[in-house]
Design a protein around this ligand. Structure first.
Ligand SMILES: Nc1ncnc2c1ncn2[C@@H]1O[C@H](COP(=O)(O)OP(=O)(O)OP(=O)(O)O)[C@@H](O)[C@H]1O
Length: 260
């Protein structure tokens, strides 16, 4: 049986009186692709922000690879082996494409700033190593030919691929993707799906938030459904497709309409 990589227990986030995420439990096994879906405002991004240390949870716990990560800083979570992409693109526009990816590599290489001053030789070697790793990440997403372009001139779809390359540059065990298909045309979406599948074959795991149901149903091993901050269902794509609570959450039910 595959290893349980990520475990979220009773995760809750309240913003004043608004409980954005309430007592959410789920897990992800190594090598799995798990989707988190739910209507707008359901709490998906807040859940991601708690897992990646952007927001401290109000209560609950996050375990990764057997260690508790609850309340840790984003850099500690990245060091533990989780990276992410954002709903709104976050590329460093004033850097070249390869420099963007090299920022992702640096979190796995050893030389720190102090050592950098003391061991210039080591730094040079590591810079070369970082460059080589970054280039191979760009090759895997198919944009190595754009390595020396300023990131800001890349079309939107390529900037998304750049984010994926940077997120995979530190060889994380798990990548969180927040709406990876948003703004992509059908051909770019298919390309991204292929990249995700290939990376999974290499042993990478993915947790992703996505509104595009074709992608969700097509690549997820399991789906977690959130509505008004609460988990309302979890299962395979086939199970979720037929789940009445899920259908009601997306379409509304007569009961709900009567209650309003
Ligand atoms: N920093 C914040 N302060 C106050 N309320 C917030 C904050 N962030 C999110 N919320 C609220 O928490 C709820 C969940 O928001 P969240 O962005 O996590 O939902 P989502 O499922 O990611 O939505 P979408 O699909 O539209 O991106 C919403 O009601 C939102 O208004």
């Amino acid at each position: 049986m595959s290893k349980r990589l990520l475990e979220v227990k009773g995760l809750t986030k309240a913003f004043g009186g608004v409980v954005a995420v309430s007592e959410v439990d789920f897990h992800l096994n190594q090598g799995e692709i798990v989707a988190v879906i739910g209507p707008n405002g359901a709490g998906k991004t807040t859940l991601f922000n708690m897992i990646t240390g952007v927001l401290p949870p109000t209560s609950g716990q996050v375990f990764f690879d057997g260690k508790e990560l609850t309340g840790k800083q984003p850099y500690q979570i990245a060091e533990a082996g989780i990276t992410r992409t954002f709903q709104n693109l976050q590329v460093f526009e004033n850097m070249s494409v390869i420099e963007n990816v090299m920022t992702g590599v640096h979190c796995r290489l050893k030389t720190g700033f102090l050592q950098a001053g003391l061991r210039l030789m080591g730094v040079k070697k590591e810079e070369q190593q970082a460059f080589d790793i970054a280039m191979s990440c760009l090759e895997k997403v198919g944009i190595a030919d754009l390595a020396f372009e300023p990131a800001e001139v890349l079309p939107y779809g390529n900037q998304r691929l750049l984010e994926i390359a940077r997120a995979s540059a530190s060889s994380p065990q798990l990548i969180l993707l927040d709406e990876p298909m948003a703004g992509l045309n059908p051909q770019e979406s298919r390309q991204l799906v292929d990249i995700i599948k290939k990376k999974r074959e290499e042993g990478m795991s993915f947790l992703f938030v996505e509104h595009d149901m074709e992608t969700v149903m097509g690549i997820s091993d399991r789906i977690v459904v959130i509505d008004y901050g609460k988990k309302i269902a979890e299962g395979t794509p086939a199970e979720i497709y037929e789940n009445e609570k899920v259908i009601a959450a997306y379409l509304g039910t007569e009961d709900e309409e009567e209650a309003i």
